[in-house]
Design a protein around this ligand. Structure first.
Ligand code: COI
Length: 355
């Protein structure tokens, strides 16, 4: 298929894997559609843009990203409207963030037009995989990694960019119990925490497993230096309603600049809420839990959307938050965001990218 500027070679599958008699497995990230997008970077430019059957990829054991971690990714979602149209939420923001991650990891940047055309064409081809239901969407996972075969520590001279699609339901099926983590750190000031790079997720696994063993679903990371400030929650950014204000840690070199985070803050300000992006101290969260001024806590992210936090563990004590049903801000925002992504509201239409 030839678009105005971007030439993508299409190799369609002879037969779709979709079996209309079988119910789609919608556990997050378990099912993949028929096709994937692939492009390679070499000698300073991107080429070989292809949509091909979803399949394994072959690589040399010396491929650089396996050893030194030049690997970045994005996550975004496509939703169906009531009329069966498909809308992708804020893909330009993901294209920009991919390049922010690429710069920090010393990788090749990808022209935004390639990013947009790749996901638009791929989602269009695999639109039959769009799952039904208000909680479900077609999750889009773009990613890039260094492909030079070389064991010296240096930036790879070659990269591969790919996109795969996964029809998915809710990431968290129920409100989450989180622990404020004050021993381990996910990222540190000056490090790569603001880049969406695989190593940040690898760093989170051991402490998260310790947390699971204690009955928590997630951790609330704190700053690496003195563990006094809340940072984010690994799979999502963290937000609170404290004393009637919407507060969230300000972004930094150690916090991912979430697109759902930005969307919610923009809408909340437009709705007239007082929004504060600032240092959020563990001590004020603890105090708010004790004196009842912390009325809502939730994670926000593409996969997680709005994940209510039911309980927070601080310094060995678990504190229950108010009932979910009474949470005015996050409940209203969750409904509005879902409607917005499905084209049911007239505001913020420039955030929607029609397929
Ligand atoms: C997303 O929300 O898209 C993410 O990338 C988080 C993920 C690691 C589940």
């Amino acid at each position: 298929m030839i678009s105005e500027k971007i030439d993508i070679q299409i190799q369609p599958v002879p037969n779709s894997k979709l079996d209309s008699n079988e119910k789609l497995e919608l556990q997050f990230g378990k099912t993949f559609t028929d096709h994937m997008f692939v492009a390679d970077y070499e000698n300073g430019k991107w080429g070989d843009l292809t949509i091909q059957p979803f399949q394994n990829i072959e690589m040399s054991p010396a491929t650089s990203f396996i050893h030194y971690g030049q690997s970045i990714f994005e996550g975004l979602k496509a939703h169906a409207t009531n009329d069966g149209e498909i809308l992708i939420f804020r893909p330009e923001a993901n294209a920009k963030r991919l390049n922010h991650s690429a710069r920090r990891l010393c990788m090749a940047e990808l022209p935004e037009e390639i990013f947009l055309e790749a996901i638009k064409t791929l989602v269009h081809m695999d639109r039959a995989w769009m799952p039904e239901g208000e909680e479900s969407s077609l999750y889009i996972r773009p990613f890039m990694f260094g492909t030079e075969e070389f064991l010296g520590v240096k930036p790879s001279g070659r990269y591969r960019f790919m996109v795969i699609l996964s029809p998915s339901g809710a990431y968290y099926s129920k409100p989450v119990r989180v622990k404020i983590e004050t021993q381990f750190a996910r990222a540190m000031e000056g490090g790569v925490g603001s880049a969406k790079t695989s190593g940040n997720y690898a760093a989170s696994l051991f402490p998260a497993r310790e947390g699971f063993a204690e009955g928590y679903d997630q951790l609330l990371w704190t700053d690496a230096k003195d563990h006094e400030r809340i940072e984010e929650s690994g799979t999502m950014n963290a937000m609170f309603v404290l004393d009637g204000k919407v507060i969230t840690p300000k972004t930094s070199t150690s916090i991912l600049s979430g697109i759902t985070r930005d969307s919610i803050l923009t809408i909340a300000r437009d709705w007239g809420y007082i929004v504060e992006e600032r240092d959020v101290l563990v001590s004020e969260i603890k105090e708010g839990l004790q004196n009842g001024k912390l009325t809502e806590a939730f994670g926000v992210g593409t996969a997680a959307t709005i994940a209510h936090i039911s309980e927070i563990g601080v310094d060995g004590t678990d504190h229950k938050l108010p009932e979910i049903a009474g949470r005015e801000f996050s409940n209203k925002m969750a409904v509005y965001l879902n409607d917005l992504k499905r084209g049911r509201v007239s505001e913020y239409s420039d955030w929607l990218f029609k397929v």
